[in-house]
Design a protein around this ligand. Structure first.
Ligand SMILES: Cc1ncc(COP(=O)(O)O)c(C=O)c1O
Length: 396
């Protein structure tokens, strides 16, 4: 007999991520012995630098196997502040304006917990990483998607922000370079958005986890504008920039009042980030050799990006259109000439060409007709996968 359960109705508003569903199918196929070229993951194909592991091992052996400080060790807070000054040019007080978190996703969670009240409007570009919307929904925010169409370089036309504004608007969520498109706006655009946020008294929550992965000019942090710091909340992590996705360590940088709330959210959800991981993170953020390691990874992604662009020129396929990403490690391939849903394209590419990808519709309605392909895979896989994709598309 079915027993009725009283559950949180907010979860009915959240769709199971198509990314996870595709990943499950890919795993099942692999388990059955099928050889799949996996270009679906958002995880660096590089190992964590061994020097970072040595620091963690040493910390473990020295006895850092108990609870640690919820805010973060002072040396990690200081390392984070010096990273923010070095890379973004923004000074933060390590004692009051930074919180160490369980990865970027937890930084985003504590940020949204700290500022959202039920029913607040949260403006989020479409397409964007599904967690940005899902988390806001779980916290009873009212998510409004702001179209960021391909025709505008996947940046919302400015008037779309103005159109979406209501008396309930509280937060703008940004993620540049973007997952899935790799796009980021100009300095002038961000300045205008900051001015807009100031006039309408809005928070800007800026997820900058791909901030160190760019191919042209370094993207500007949303906090790096005159007066911006007081209304901007930076979400970041070591996952992508230091190939440390499994370590689960990140940080939030924000005005003291936000950090005070976020600290309570952290204390009452995870207690603290594991102490030996905090020590490894402090080392990673500051050691010069590790910064070079990040630069080397960036160069490898740039090489693979060039490889795809060269292949796209050589193969001259008109059924899949390729735009060069500005940052992150994804291509958002345009399959709109095929007039098929992006889910169908991914399912068929998996079954008929053995390539794992993510449907663009997982990122919002503006992603329909697009497919996300990562270059966080070996050069061989990127080349073989892209060739198979084009070969398949030509047959449609
Ligand atoms: C835009 C964006 N933010 C945050 C994250 C999660 O980062 P972390 O592994 O540090 O939690 C991801 C992971 O894919 C992401 O794409």
């Amino acid at each position: 007999m079915d027993v009725p359960l009283n559950l949180n109705h907010q979860f009915e508003l959240i769709r199971q991520s198509a990314t996870v569903a595709m990943a499950d199918r890919i795993l099942a196929l692999k388990a059955s012995g099928q050889k799949i070229v996996g270009l679906q993951v958002g995880d660096p194909d590089f190992g964590t630098h061994p020097a970072i592991m040595d620091v963690a091992m040493k910390a473990l052996r020295s006895g850092l196997t108990h609870y640690g400080p919820s805010r973060g060790y002072p040396d990690l807070l200081a390392a984070t502040a010096s990273k923010l000054l070095r890379d973004e040019g923004v000074p933060y007080d390590p004692a009051s304006e930074i919180l160490v978190t369980h990865g970027g996703i937890h930084a985003y969670y504590t940020a949204m917990q700290s500022i959202l009240n039920p029913g607040d409007d949260v403006l989020i570009p479409d397409p964007s990483w599904a967690t940005h919307s899902n988390m806001a929904i779980m916290l009873r925010g009212n998510v409004i998607r702001i179209p960021a169409p391909a025709e505008n370089g996947f940046i919302p036309p400015f008037e779309e922000w103005e159109k979406a504004l209501t008396p309930r608007t509280r937060v703008i969520v940004l993620n540049y370079p973007s997952n899935p498109t790799g796009a980021y706006p100009t300095r002038e655009y961000l300045q205008k958005l900051q001015d807009f946020a100031k006039i309408h008294d809005l928070w800007i929550v800026s997820d900058e986890v791909y901030g160190s992965l760019y191919y042209g000019e370094r993207p500007t942090s949303a906090a790096a504008f005159e007066g911006a710091k007081e209304r901007t909340i930076l979400v970041n992590s070591l996952s992508k920039s230091y190939a440390m996705t499994g370590w689960r360590v990140g940080f939030l940088a924000a005005p003291k009042a936000v950090i005070d709330n976020a600290l309570k959210a952290g204390q009452n959800s995870i207690t603290c980030v594991a102490p030996f991981i905090q020590k490894a993170a402090a080392f990673a953020l500051t050691d010069p050799e590790i910064q070079q390691f990040t630069a080397n990874m960036r160069a490898a992604y740039a090489r693979r990006r060039e490889l795809v662009l060269r292949l796209a020129r050589e193969l001259e396929c008109e059924k899949v259109l390729v735009t060069p990403p500005q940052g992150a490690f994804y291509f958002f391939l345009d399959f709109r000439p095929l007039k098929m849903s992006s889910l169908e394209i991914c399912e068929r590419l998996l079954e008929e060409a053995n390539v794992g990808l993510v449907p663009g519709s997982a990122f919002g309605s503006q992603g329909e007709g697009f497919v996300r392909m990562t270059v966080a895979a070996s050069d061989e896989d990127v080349e073989a996968g892209f060739r198979k994709i084009v070969e398949w598309a030509e047959k449609q």
